[in-house]
Design a protein around this ligand. Structure first.
Ligand code: EMZ
Length: 385
């Protein structure tokens, strides 16, 4: 009964010292573990920078060797950050529109109805990846047929079975985006590429490189995170059919339940920052130009704020989780992700009663000192109507 559990590997270090350490490609990272420190540091963009010179360095594992394009607005600091963020924000709020939600609902219904007809479904590849990719066509406002290409790329655009940082794989994404930008420049449509190409920032048009930066973030940032969230949700309801029943009977708790699942899953373990000047965190000296990371996954289990942090309490009332980050760089895709989750839960409670787990293989992230389960490599289930 605990296949769906995501244990907290950070507890002891969070209590003892408040931070952990990992070596990432000889560029060490101090991992901040307490909610209070994580929030404080996320707000302090002057001391903890996202937009440093070395593109890709704030991601852990660092992407400096596989990416030259700055992701926007994610790798830009204030005040410039605001110009970009304000530009893209309205587009990423479209999930609040009814028409958008109807499209997502049709996508989710098709996949769940299909799954109900099968004796066994592998959730990661045949369910979550398919929903994520098809839903992305709605976010980008591109033809549905594009999702087939994206499904073929697999669950992560920079990682493959052979390598955690696969440059060849990354190049497939970069080339694809370059082509799409050229296509949109020649023949504009109503898609995100065309919208960005026509946009102005500080009185000038966005460059193709800037458009590419927004598009890489849109493809990479919401991929494995969303896939893990959907897969973990299916595993959770498989082991907690009473929760599915409770949401069906009390649909008003749906949003609260989603926030709690997202707190518990913490789909993005942590995100880095570059320290701009010598400073101290948890009474520990940190040198200028070194890296820290803000560990959302650990902060979400901080017992100082969350009662019974290791339980999924689907009607948890006070839930200031940081799964979507905190402060300036809070997740641009959060509205899309929350809307998608709401639709998935709505369709599940209407069409599915129980889910049987037939086989599984955990996906464990290796942070040196810490090994964290983030989801599954394989999850085979049977959906029951
Ligand atoms: C970056 C990151 C953003 C990074 C919100 O997270 O997601 C990671 O999966 C990507 O590898 O490049 O986009």
């Amino acid at each position: 009964m605990n296949k769906s559990a995501l244990p907290d590997p950070f507890e002891q270090a969070r209590l003892d010292k408040g931070f952990g350490e990992m070596n990432d490609q000889n560029d060490p990272v101090k991992i901040l573990l307490r909610l209070k420190d994580v929030r404080k540091s996320a707000k302090n963009w002057k001391a903890f920078q996202s937009g440093g010179e070395e593109v890709g360095r704030i991601v852990v594992p660092s992407e400096v060797h596989i990416r030259d394009t700055r992701q926007i607005p994610f790798e830009v600091d204030p005040p410039q950050h605001a110009s970009y963020r304000n530009l893209v924000e309205p587009w990423f709020k479209r999930p609040l529109e009814k028409e958008y939600q109807d499209k997502l609902k049709a996508i989710v219904e098709t996949v769940i109805e299909g799954a109900l007809k099968e004796d066994v479904i592998e959730v990661v590849e045949e369910f979550s990846l398919v929903i994520q990719s098809r839903a992305l066509t709605v976010l980008l406002n591109t033809p549905f047929s594009e999702s087939k290409t994206w499904i073929d790329w697999g669950t992560h655009v920079f990682r493959s079975e052979e390598s955690a940082l696969d440059g060849d794989k990354a190049n497939i994404l970069y080339d694809y985006i370059d082509n799409e930008i050229d296509r949109a420049a020649a023949n504009p449509t109503d898609d995100l590429y065309s919208k960005l190409l026509a946009s102005e920032i500080d009185g000038r048009k966005l460059t193709k490189e800037e458009v590419k930066g927004v598009m890489i973030l849109t493809f990479a940032g919401g991929r494995d995170t969303v896939i893990n969230t959907i897969t973990n949700t299916i595993a959770y309801f498989a082991e907690h059919p009473e929760s599915l029943k409770r949401i069906k009977e009390n649909p008003e708790i749906t949003n609260t339940a989603i926030e709690e699942l997202i707190r518990y899953f913490a789909p993005l373990t942590h995100m880095g920052r570059v320290v701009t000047k010598d400073t101290e965190v948890c009474e520990h000296a940190i040198e200028a130009q070194s890296r820290v990371s803000l560990c959302w996954a650990s902060a979400n289990r901080d017992a100082k704020t969350f009662e019974n942090p290791n339980d999924v309490v689907i009607d948890r009332q006070i839930n200031p989780h940081v799964s979507f980050g905190f402060g300036t760089h809070n997740c641009l895709g959060a509205t899309h992700a929350r809307t998608l989750m709401k639709i998935i839960l709505g369709v599940l409670v209407n069409k599915v009663t129980t889910i049987d787990i037939l086989d599984h293989e955990d996906n464990i992230e290796d942070l040196d000192q810490f090994k964290r389960k983030v989801g599954f490599h394989v999850l085979k289930v049977k959906f029951n109507a």
